[in-house]
Design a protein around this ligand. Structure first.
Ligand SMILES: Cc1cc2nc3c(=O)[nH]c(=O)nc-3n(C[C@H](O)[C@H](O)[C@H](O)COP(=O)(O)OP(=O)(O)OC[C@H]3O[C@@H](n4cnc5c(N)ncnc54)[C@H](O)[C@@H]3O)c2cc1C
Length: 450
């Protein structure tokens, strides 16, 4: 029985926009923020229409993992439907540093070149103490000629990925509420608006608080003891910084900034906190907190915060989940599988969460696309093979990111002094530290790769 229509904005490519409106750098911040490359057009879908719809692959979540998986499958000739709880792509969020493994994947799925033109290549790294003394500096290419580092605006990354998909691939305002498995092995997804979808394969890309992971028996991610403030400074007349990542290490407190584009600079502050504390949404208050934390630190970090539009500032308690063998549930249950943060939330200390979500996406898509040619049993094999390939990569990285965070958040003055005067200047070598960014990824092409 047809019931009342729900409004579900569908994603369409923005061919209606004249080319000039696609330019990245606009004259004002609000202009820039309101300018969206993709357009979301509200299209009515009835509950009944969706309810009878049988999908081969449903992806829950239109974040980096969800969109990269959908695009990878699409490149291999496999369609999917993406459900996103929000009413549009995430426009908030700041920036992510992507290392060469992330770029290998973006190249493989065919969006690397488009993104490269918009974001600066970061040449190196400088580490300072809170009094402004430089402890160490590195050039990425000196350590590894093939390294590529750029900070990418999350919003633009999402839009670029989504624009690769056919119209109607992403359904917004579609929040997963419940999952059921039928006797014949089909999975039914129920959305909060009551619509039901039958799916042969479900890919949970629904982030750190993933309902899909919860349904599969995963525990909640664990708070690691520090929170991150982040923002995106805006310099309408051009930012003045060299293209390098800058870190400032204090006691139980660290900060950093990195130029993103000719007019934008990403910054973060990580501070120890015994508990995550209440969610703060008042951006003026967030800005004040952030500035108070680094008030006596090198002036440039304060200046960047001052030049940050309030609405880009966010505070995130950092969490992770260690995928212990035997104890942790497998990455797939039947034909439901996890990708990205939904499976392996990790702290951002190595800048690898999104990079690994991108890696997961291409690995899973290749295996699934191959398997779907050969039937049900192969799909289950493909999902298990995905886990076998990805777990040895993800598990150690999650632990390593956590340990690096603990080391950098030390409060003890003696330990911090040894870190700043011995470990960083004399012992750290960047090459081995960045070895985890090695990841080979061949282009995804139309047609199945054997
Ligand atoms: C402070 C900080 C800094 C970081 N810096 C970096 C960095 O420099 N480099 C890097 O590689 N990574 C970084 N990361 C990690 C990176 O942000 C994540 O790994 C990445 O966003 C994971 O993408 P995802 O798609 O798995 O999850 P998400 O980006 O969280 O996307 C999940 C999507 O699922 C949707 N969703 C959730 N529940 C439902 C539901 N019930 N129904 C439908 N949709 C749903 C959400 O709305 C969202 O759109 C950082 C993280 C933090 C916190």
């Amino acid at each position: 029985m047809a019931t009342t229509a729900s409004l579900s904005p569908l994603f369409l490519n923005s061919s209606l926009f004249p080319p000039s409106t696609h330019k990245l750098h606009s004259s004002s911040w609000s202009d820039y923020r309101s300018r969206t490359k993709p357009i979301c057009v509200c299209v009515s879908i009835t509950k009944a229409e969706v309810g009878v719809r049988k999908e081969d692959i449903v992806i829950v979540g239109a974040g980096i993992a969800g969109l990269a998986t959908a695009v990878s499958l699409h490149r291999l000739g496999v369609g999917s439907l993406v459900l996103e709880q929000a009413d549009s792509l995430r426009t908030g969020g700041t920036s992510l540093t992507l290392f060469k493994n992330g770029w290998r994947v973006l190249d493989a799925i065919g969006v690397g070149s488009e993104l490269r033109t918009q974001f600066l290549e970061i040449q190196g790294m400088s580490i300072k103490s809170e009094d402004g003394r430089e402890l160490r500096s590195f050039k990425f290419k000196d350590e590894d000629e093939s390294q590529e580092v750029r900070a990418v605006e999350r919003r633009i990354l999402l839009e670029t990925l989504a624009n690769q998909l056919p119209p109607e691939s992403v359904h917004f305002s579609s929040k997963l509420a419940n999952i059921e498995t039928t006797a014949d092995g089909e999975t039914i997804l129920e959305l909060t608006n009551g619509t039901r979808l039958h799916a042969k394969i479900i890919i949970g890309c629904d982030g750190i608080r993933s309902p899909v992971a919860k349904w599969m028996g995963f525990s909640d991610p664990k708070y690691v003891g520090h929170c991150a403030y982040r923002g995106l400074g805006y310099y309408p007349d051009g930012q003045p910084f060299e293209p390098k990542v800058n870190y400032i290490y204090g006691r139980g407190l660290r900060a950093g900034y990195v130029p993103v584009s000719p007019t934008r600079v990403y910054w973060f502050i990580c501070v120890n906190n015994p508990s995550p504390g209440p969610k703060i949404t008042d951006s003026v208050l967030l800005k004040k907190h952030a500035k108070d934390l680094v008030r006596n630190w090198p002036a440039e970090i304060l200046n960047i915060i001052d030049l940050t539009p309030d609405d880009t500032i966010i505070r995130t308690p950092l969490v992770d989940r260690w995928l212990w063998p035997v104890v942790s549930p497998p990455a797939s249950t039947g034909r439901v599988v996890l990708v990205g943060d939904a499976w392996h939330p990790m702290t951002p200390n190595l800048g690898q969460g999104a990079c690994c979500a991108l890696e997961d996406a291409v690995v899973l898509a290749r295996k699934l696309a191959n398997a779907m040619k050969s039937g049900n049993a192969s799909v289950l094999d493909a999902l298990r093979s995905y886990e076998r390939e990805r777990w040895p990569r993800i598990f150690p990285l999650t632990i390593r990111a956590n340990l690096v965070g603990s080391l950098l958040q030390w409060e003890n003055p003696v330990v911090c002094s040894v870190r700043n005067n011995v470990v960083i200047p004399k012992l750290v070598r960047l090459g081995p530290v960045l070895e985890h960014t090695n990841f080979d990824c061949e282009p995804l092409i139309q047609g199945i790769k054997v």
